[in-house]
Design a binder for this molecule. Sequence first.
Ligand code: ZN
Ligand code: ZN
Length: 305
Amino acid sequence: MQVTFLGTGGAVPTTRRNTSALMVRREGERLLFDCGEGTQRQMMRFGTGFSVSHVFLSHLHGDHVLGLPGLCQTLDFNDREEALAIHTPPGTKSAVENLVGVTGARPGYPIRVHEVQPGGIALREEEYEVRAFETDHRTRSVGYALVEDDRKGRFDRERAEELGVPAGPLFSELHEGNAVELDDGTVVDPEQVVGPPRPGRKIVYTGDTRPTGATVEAADDADLLVHEASFGEDRSERAGKTGHSTARQAADLATRADAKRLALTHVSSRYAGESDRLAAEAREVFDDAFLPDDGDGIEIPYPDG
Ligand SMILES: [Zn+2]
Ligand SMILES: [Zn+2]
């Protein structure tokens, strides 16, 4: 699973940082979290590809959604046929439909807008789900957690052979969790040859928010927490007033959630050229905090390698 930071800036873009967008690629599928103005050009610049299947919006402030009409139009020019699903906070469906349809042009592919429920499941796929959780901003907002299912335990081939199981279809039966009967009548149970289920990965994206308990819960043991860090400690009062977080607050939260890594994003344009300071403030509290630049990508390995 690969995460690309397409836009790491706050409400106002700078030459270095575009407005919010995050791309997650998993097994050939592309999920986009927020879509600030210019996101489609960031996708081109950083080579993430365009075939997004789902867009997850954290809230309807312009710096998170104004890239949608342009992206949807380009997908149409590319002769896209498959549906695009847009997931959005409660009560915002018609605003998103208006935004996407603002030019009056109707794309040749279906666009489906779904309102998500905080605490509910926004998307369920075969091997993972995306859950929505409540955040605390100045408007209806949610964060998202991409949570993979547990994977099957490791299959102990040597042990299976010792027990007399012939290599072939019986191996897969056992790995699928079914007992098998050998020619001599012996029954082999899956527990004898398959290890315990192995955890999947978890990525959490907050969008704009003050620090919240719901985020701590959602980010429990996350492999990557992408938390907004609009401000440094020098503007902590402003962060609270405007529904944002400081880098240090994000780091506190990552510590409480026992997350493995913390990416700080949505950096205010006030910190242009000195964003290292925010990363340093976070690292005083949480070692594995970093502040990505636009275009940075990281691979998220399985916890057990
Ligand atoms: Zn924002
Ligand atoms: Zn906002």
